[in-house]
Design a protein around this ligand. Sequence first.
Ligand SMILES: C[S@@+](CC[C@H](N)C(=O)[O-])C[C@H]1O[C@@H](n2cnc3c(N)ncnc32)[C@H](O)[C@@H]1O
Length: 287
Amino acid sequence: MARGAATRDHRAGRGGDSAGYPAGVTEHDQLSRELVATWDAGAATYDRLPRHGIRHDDERRAWRRLVAAILGDPAHAAVPRLRVLDVGTGTGVLALLAAELGHDVTAVDLSPGMLGQARRRALDTGLAVTWLEGDAAAPPVEPDSFDAVVCRHLVWTLADPAGAIAAWRGPLRPGGLIAVIDGWYARQPPPVRWAARAAGRLVKRNGPDGDSHEHPYRPDQLARLPLARQSGTAAIANAMVAAGLTHVRVRPLVEIERIERAHQSFAERLADPWRRYLATGRSPREG
Ligand SMILES: C[S@@+](CC[C@H](N)C(=O)[O-])C[C@H]1O[C@@H](n2cnc3c(N)ncnc32)[C@H](O)[C@@H]1O
């Protein structure tokens, strides 16, 4: 299913549009490289971050149930084993859960550091996944070779999420599934916002494991990411429709929220307005 050699620079050559970047590197590519460098630098500690890594058994069971609900559990008779592509796999959270269920998984990321962690976890658990270094917005795989494309915590960090989602129709068979897990920010009235900020400062002060819920990106980078600061789920639904998907549906991930929040302190809960969603859609059967 992998197409050719996947390298960090495989998008170069599309014709650069910005002075100051190496030949063939677009401004969009350059932003993507900068952002991925952030993940690369934090790869070794990513799995320790609350609400990013899966740190507790009950959380793990809930994520496994969710992945089984999305893809099916081939342990049950008549549930097929799917060919699954996990884009922006990071340390392989979704990829490894899908492989554990028995699916045939390929996973793509641009960060060698994150992929290194994913490979290590696969070795530790004895699970087989094909890991590819490449761009999630143009996955280096064969057309029409997957039943499902999944991603978690990726779309908020893309400069053109609708373009990337449209590109995932290429590797998918007609009628195949696209499942996006990500988050949005609950609107808070000013007094709650002030309390949340104070709680955030407290959480930050209280040690390296505290999740400050801050983006790791600079404001000028965030400003170029259409899904980074959403206060609802309309934008992801619109992006999926704009990408030409059918049967688009967005729902909150209530069970995972509840379990994660049970592991947070009062201050962490107060400081954290982030809510999870699952958005699904189908590649059209024709065209
Ligand atoms: C917040 S992490 C999420 C990782 C993982 N999916 C998870 O659920 O924990 C974002 C990941 O997306 C990757 N990423 C961001 N932009 C990318 C791109 N254009 N192509 C491939 N990977 C990308 C980063 O390297 C990072 O591993």
